[in-house]
Each structure stands twice: as C-alpha cells, then as structure tokens.
Design a protein around this ligand. Sequence first.
Ligand SMILES: Nc1nc2c(ncn2[C@@H]2O[C@H](COP(=O)(O)OP(=O)(O)OP(=O)(O)O)[C@@H](O)[C@H]2O)c(=O)[nH]1
Length: 379
Amino acid sequence: MGDWIYLIVSIAVVGVLTLAGLLVSGRRKGQLPPSGGTDVIAPPPPTEGEAAVEAPPEPAVVTEEPAAPVLEKPEGTASRLVRLRQRLARSQGGLGQGLLSLLSRDRLDEDTWEEIEDLLLTADIGVAPTQALVEKLRTRLRVEGDRSSDVRSVLREELIELVGTDMDRRVQVTGTDGKPGVVLVVGVNGAGKTTTVGKIARILVAEDLTVTLGAADTFRAAAVDQLATWGERVGVEVVRGPEGGDPASVAFDAVKRGTDDGVDTVLVDTAGRLQNKAGLMDELGKVKRVIEKQAPVTEVLLVLDATTGQNGLIQARVFSEIVDVTGIVLTKLDGSAKGGIVVQVQRELGVPVKLVGLGEGADDMAPFDAAAFVDALLG
Ligand SMILES: Nc1nc2c(ncn2[C@@H]2O[C@H](COP(=O)(O)OP(=O)(O)OP(=O)(O)O)[C@@H](O)[C@H]2O)c(=O)[nH]1
C-alpha cells in the first residue's frame, strides 16, 4: 500500500512539473523572433531632436519664373546740364572766380593783365584765343568806363563768344530714306569711348528713340562686356563679334541688324590704339567704308579726355586726319580745371564740342551749351 501511495505522489509531482514546464515554455515563445529570422542589433529609433539634425530636409522644389529684366529709365536731356552745373562749377570755378576778381581790381595795370593771361593759359584756352580775349576785355573795360558794375556781364559775353554760339551742336542721330542714323565713336583707349556710347544710348532711349549698339572695340574684350552691360540696362541690343575679330565686320553686322530692325540709331564703339597711325587709319577707314555699304555715317564723334590737356589735342589731330570728325565729346570735365580745352580743341579741329561728360554716373553726360558752360564757370 505504501508503494502505491509513493507511485501516485510521484505521478502527481511529475504531472505538476510537466504542466508548469509547458506554461513557462508558452510564455517564452511569445518573446522569440519568428522562426527563420536573423537576430540583429538595430540602432535605436532616432529621437525627434536627432531626426532634425541628421535627416536632411527634402530639397525644396523651386519653380520660380525667371525674373524679367528691370529696365532703367534714363534721365531726359533737359534736366541734365542743370543738375550737373554744380559739378562743372566746382571743377571750373577757379578760372571764373579768378578772372572776376582780377578784373574787378581798382587798377587794371599791366601786371594784372599778365595775371589774367596766365590764368587763361593755365586753363588750356590756348595762346591765340587768350590774346584775343585779353585784347577785347582791355578795350571794352577801358571804353565802358564804370567797370565794377558790369565786369561780370562783359566777361560773360566775351567768354560765350569765345566758346562759340554759332556752331551747330546737334548730334545727327537719325538717318534718311528709312535708314538708321549711324554714329561712329572714335578716340584713344581710356578717353571714355565705351562709357560715352553707353551714355549716348541712354540719352536716345530717354528721347524715345530706338537704338542698336555695335561693339567694334574687339581689341579689348572687357570693352565688349562693358558695352553689353550698358545695353542691357536700358533694353538696347548689342551686336558683338569674337574677341580680336574684325571690327569692320562687327560694325557691318550692327548696322545691318539696326537697319533690319528699323531702329532710329546705330551707335558704333571702336578701338583706338594709337601705336601705329597707319594701322589705325586702315582700321577706321575700313570700318567706315564697310558701314557705308548699308547706310551713311551721320556723325563721327571724337571722344577726348579733358584731363589730358595738350596730349589730348595731339591725339585729336591724329584722329581728325584719319576720319572726318563732325563733333567732339569732352569727357571727365568734372575732374579737370582745364575747361579752356573746349575753346582750343574747337579751334584746332574746326568742329564743335557737342557733348560733355561730367562724371562716372550713367546719366552724367549732357549736350554742350556755351552759355550754360560759361555761367557755371562764373558761378
Ligand atoms: N569722372 C569721369 N569719369 C569718366 C567720364 N567718362 C568716362 N569716365 C571713366 O573713364 C574710364 C574709362 O572709360 P572707358 O569708357 O572704358 O574708356 P574707353 O575709351 O572706352 O576705353 P577702351 O574701352 O579701352 O577703348 C572709366 O572708368 C569711366 O568711368 C566722365 O565724364 N567723368
């Protein structure tokens, strides 16, 4: 009987243990990876903060329309010389004020007249015009007696006459027979040619004329880019050729394009190296001939740097021998006290100063006017 009890207790213990084993085994099964999977150590899921640092943001899709170029509105001609008058007065005032104070002395003795002559010569008016002016002033101020009241008006009248009121200073920018006007701009490098072409284009645009630019200064690549920028700013087309290419061919293309497009004016920038007069003559001569296969050149503007004085005059002479200059653009008058060069260069070349450059700003160029110039001089 004791054996039976022992057997029954043993079976019960084994049964309880087996049941317990089955329960534990079932719990473990729920924690195991699915059969056939590989055990891997996965990186912890990123926290929110780390996600902001590590995950690169989705690239933004930019669907902006290309911005239309904003064209500048150049200043009209009427206000230009008025606006620039102060600048002219600042650079040339020494001459005007100096003359006025000398002529206003109680006694105009020989020493004073000599000082007046020196002042005029220093301002680059030139020997012959200086002597002529002094003679006239002597006569008028002697004859007209009471000097103090009208010294200023006598001087003003004589200076205006010296600068000249009877010259046609209009720039011929339009053509005839349905052809554009063609303005050829010549001068030594650095005189301000490219700038001048750009500034004239702005004047024309302000006057509602249509313009094409020819970048025939193929000698200096930067000059072509410079001109292109001037054109872009006011929506004017710039015809350019390869660097170092034939300037005449660029000029031809520009005038052809301008003619085909029916523009009012084609402005042609040229190269102006002076090392070799024969070469320059060939080049400018060819440019002009080639242009004239399509349309007459209506104006040849010689650009002269006012700060170069006598040197500039020598250059001017060379150019006028090569091409038929019809007008002078005097640049950098704002930086030179030698405004008398206006008088000298007109006498030397027999052509009028038509435009003056009075600063580096895009609209710092104005049509030249004798009275306004003298008024600025006298302050
Ligand atoms: N202060 C002043 N500077 C000017 C004037 N006109 C031109 N300049 C400056 O003179 C420098 C030369 O001008 P450019 O137009 O490049 O001269 P360029 O004759 O065309 O020279 P190339 O292109 O080499 O043939 C530039 O820095 C201009 O800004 C002016 O009236 N006043």
